[in-house]
Design a protein around this ligand. Structure first.
Ligand code: HEM
Length: 300
């Protein structure tokens, strides 16, 4: 049994930080994984922090050739869609997602992690997140309505036992900036047409506009994913950290292609009000696979 990293499923935490790292020039990827395996969250019931660690697929494959799905690749090239719409590739070597009950503990843990990795890797990107009206994103809509429940999520997210990378998962991490002025200038009914759901209570529109966000990411068509999106930013510059997991890269990749209108020229209406500024895929190994690199014994 390959146990998953439990932070993937740790719902209800209001404070988040996403740190993306690049190896120093000539850096040693084995040393990076070891340093990340040796990071330990304070496993207490008060002020605990969840750590989820992930790696650029090609980096992990170099270290553990059969340790992840054979077709998994990084976000190595920009995704170009209809009207030359671009989703930029911003792949880094490793990611650390910290979540917890308050930002001070996240801040302290993140500082410690950065210091622990300092000889090997540098922070390439960082974002901190906070909840908006409990479970809404900064469009004001409920985000996660169609997510699988916590009971169903492991089957959606985890690579099955007996296959390469068992107990691991695939993360798409993508920062989206919102054009708040353009969005706020839309009447509520037009916003609902963009998302494909009603704003107050998240009821799915029927019929669905063909370019609504729900139409363009319909899980019945593309397969299921598990989203842990969070708002980020300041009052004047903000948006959504898209944090999506799946046991296979295909649903994530084909949803992005669909949003960009790659195959049929129909762009997701949401892309007219929000813009991706980063994009990376990470392999999130099982805890067992990471601990094989640890030099500090895991305490029980
Ligand atoms: C600015 C970025 C984004 C925002 C604000 C956003 C917001 C939303 C909202 C409000 C919903 C409807 C409620 C729900 O079911 O959760 C939704 C649905 C969904 N979104 Fe997004 N989303 C964003 C980006 C993405 C991206 C990049 C993907 C995929 C790679 C994605 C995949 C999905 C899926 C799969 C659904 C459910 C579709 C279904 O009904 O089957 N979203 N999103």
């Amino acid at each position: 049994m390959n146990a998953p990293q439990s932070g993937i499923f740790a719902l209800g935490n209001p404070s988040h930080a996403y740190l993306e790292f690049n190896l120093q020039p000539g850096g040693d990827s084995h040393a990076l994984v070891t340093a990340m395996a040796d990071l330990r969250e304070p496993r207490t019931t008060i002020g605990g922090v969840n750590l989820v660690s992930g790696f650029r697929p090609e980096l992990w494959r170099n270290l553990v050739p059969d340790g992840l799905p054979g077709d998994l690749v990084g976000f190595n090239e920009d995704l170009v869609g209809a009207d030359d719409y671009v989703m930029p590739a911003a792949q880094h070597d490793a990611v650390l997602w910290l979540s917890g009950s308050s930002y001070d503990v996240i801040f302290d843990e993140a500082r410690q992690a950065i210091n622990a990795l300092a000889q090997i890797a540098t922070v390439a990107d960082e974002t901190s997140s906070w909840p908006y009206r409990r479970y809404r994103d900064l469009t004001g809509f409920e985000d996660g309505t169609k997510n699988p429940s916590l009971l169903a999520a492991p089957a959606v997210v985890l690579i099955p036992e007996g296959t390469a990378g068992a107990g691991g998962t695939i993360l798409l991490l993508q920062q989206w900036v919102h054009d708040a002025a353009a969005w706020e200038s839309l009447p509520q009914s037009a916003q609902e047409g963009v998302i494909g759901r009603t704003k107050p209570d998240s009821i799915e529109l029927d019929p669905q506009p063909p370019d609504s966000h729900v139409s363009r990411t319909d899980q019945e068509k593309f397969g299921n994913i598990f989203r842990r999106n969070m708002p980020y930013g300041t009052v004047t510059a903000h948006g959504t950290m898209f944090v999506g997991f799946s046991a296979s890269q295909r649903p994530l990749r084909t949803m992005l292609e669909s949003m960009a209108g790659v195959a049929d020229g129909v762009r997701d209406a949401l892309t007219r009000y929000t813009k991706p500024v980063t994009g990376a895929y990470y392999f999130i190994p099982s805890t067992d696979a990471i601990l094989r690199f640890a030099t500090i014994a895991a305490s029980v």
